[in-house]
Design a protein around this ligand. Structure first.
Ligand code: UDX
Length: 438
């Protein structure tokens, strides 16, 4: 099938590449000329495992191309996906400027029937507004359908998430559009759930809010574990073994970050308030998430006393492993908290160093070239992002390089007993303190 994707950012590019991989002919559109030029030259603007090979393979097979022209995309495709950003506004509500602009642009070049699919995360009822806009701005009264098809891909595993999805949600009020959408997704052989447009839009915000709720639940429990001497990892295993609960997204840590959860939870709160049904529970989810970082800082102060002038090593800057994305990263917020208190922070991230430097996200930070370099002379080490690489570092070498072997593990990557045996004073999240023997 011939498909256009408008917006070649994270979602648009991965979706376009995966559609091409299953045999569709895909045109990715973007109004950023530099990005289009780079993509045409085989340069992928983001780090995502497997994406580069996928893009290069499908470009050489002539199934994937890039353009700056919406008209070219609309003229040559049966289905047009909208995958443009929906950033938050200061009050948490969603800025729909890009969606509205793209709807007008599609309308101005629409000459025959097309299915227009909203893939961006949008408030419930946006599909209706997109359809109204296209109707209003299309001068030749063309027939079209608007469909909602939310994405559920996680950064770091976006390609497998898209190639083997748990489910595909298609919100459509038209049989004609539905038949076309089923053809788009047929090659993925995944369960397709058909709903009305409003329900599909709501599913996305409801799913992300529920996952954030699970994280805040386990983080609130981690505080209770610390106060009572229980171990959050054992508690999470114990409750997660119940199939009704499930173990995933019950990893206690510094809290959730990234470009989706903080934005989507704030947006869902704003939407619920706008429609007169305020979702108070989600405010508590947000509060616990903020509090988790403050609790961690308090533990640092309780242990190290004054943070001013302390040499602190931080491992991990991205919002999660296997990505170079540093947007809304808890690790970055933490580093800035430490710098504000006068600590000397030396950090290392396998993929995030460059972004932090380019965007000057942590003024005053020292960036190291390796995990071992970061801990040289450090008075404590914080693990802020659980890159698997950190699990492979020689901890005996780490201990010998550190000035004082105190480790604060913000993601429970290390085993407390091993750390104790290696001579570290080790603090995990929601775990009893383990002090080195002797
Ligand atoms: C999320 C959703 O999972 C995805 O379905 C949606 O479409 C986009 O938003 P993403 O933001 O890429 O994906 O990452 P995710 O793996 O969900 O992690 C989000 C944050 O939660 C990260 O900061 C991560 O460290 C944190 N997290 C996740 C935890 O603290 N504990 C967990 O158990 C899981």
């Amino acid at each position: 099938m011939k498909i256009a994707i408008i917006g070649s950012g994270y979602v648009g590019l991965v979706t376009g590449a995966c559609f091409a991989e299953v045999g569709h002919e895909v045109i990715c559109v973007d109004n950023d000329e530099r990005k289009i030029k780079a993509l045409r030259n085989g340069k992928i603007p983001i780090y995502e495992p497997g994406l580069e090979q996928l893009v290069l393979r499908n470009v050489s097979a002539h199934r994937l191309q890039f353009t700056g022209s919406i008209e070219q995309g609309v003229d040559n495709s049966e289905v047009i996906f909208i995958a443009v950003p929906t950033p938050p506004q200061t009050d948490g509500s969603v800025d729909l400027t890009y969606i509205e602009r793209v709807a007008r642009e599609i309308a101005s070049v629409l000459k025959e029937y097309r299915v227009i699919v909203d893939k961006s995360t949008v408030p419930v009822k946006t599909g209706e507004k997109v359809a109204d806009t296209i109707r209003r701005y299309n001068k030749v009264n063309v027939d079209f359908d608007v469909v909602s098809n939310p994405e559920f891909l996680r950064e770091g595993c976006a390609v497998p998430d898209l190639m083997q999805p748990d489910r595909i949600v298609i919100g459509s009020n038209s049989e004609r559009a539905l038949a076309i959408m089923k053809k788009v997704y047929e090659p993925f052989m995944a369960p397709i759930m058909v709903t009305d447009i409003n329900s599909a839009e709501l599913i996305k915000h409801a799913a992300n809010s529920f996952l954030a709720l699970k994280i805040s639940y386990i983080n609130a429990l981690s505080a209770i574990c610390e106060a009572s001497g229980a171990d959050i990892e054992k508690v999470a295993d114990g409750i997660g073994a119940d199939k009704r609960i499930g173990r995933s997204f019950l990893n206690a840590g510094l809290g959730y970050g990234g470009s989706c959860f903080p934005k989507d939870i704030a947006a869902f709160i704003a939407i619920s308030e706008q429609i007169g049904e305020p979702f108070h529970l989600l405010r508590e989810v947000q509060r616990i998430n903020e509090h988790q970082r403050e609790r961690f800082l308090k533990r640092l102060r309780d242990t190290l006393w004054v943070l001013k002038e302390k040499r602190i090593a931080v491992w991990g800057l991205t919002f999660k492993p296997d990505t170079d994305d540093v947007r809304n990263s808890v690790a970055i917020d933490l580093v800035n908290d430490l710098i504000r208190e006068g600590a000397h922070v030396t950090a290392y991230d396998p993929k995030g160093n460059q972004r932090v430097q380019e965007l000057d996200l942590c003024p005053g930070i020292h960036l190291a070239n390796s995990a071992l370099e970061a801990v040289q002379g450090a008075e404590s080490l914080i693990l802020a992002t659980e890159w698997p690489d950190f699990g492979d570092v020689d901890l005996t070498e780490v201990r010998s390089r550190m000035h004082t072997p105190i480790v604060f593990d913000g993601r429970n990557l290390f085993d407390p007993a091993t750390m104790r045996d290696l001579g570290f004073q080790y603090y995990g999240i929601g775990r009893p303190l383990t002090k080195a023997i002797g």
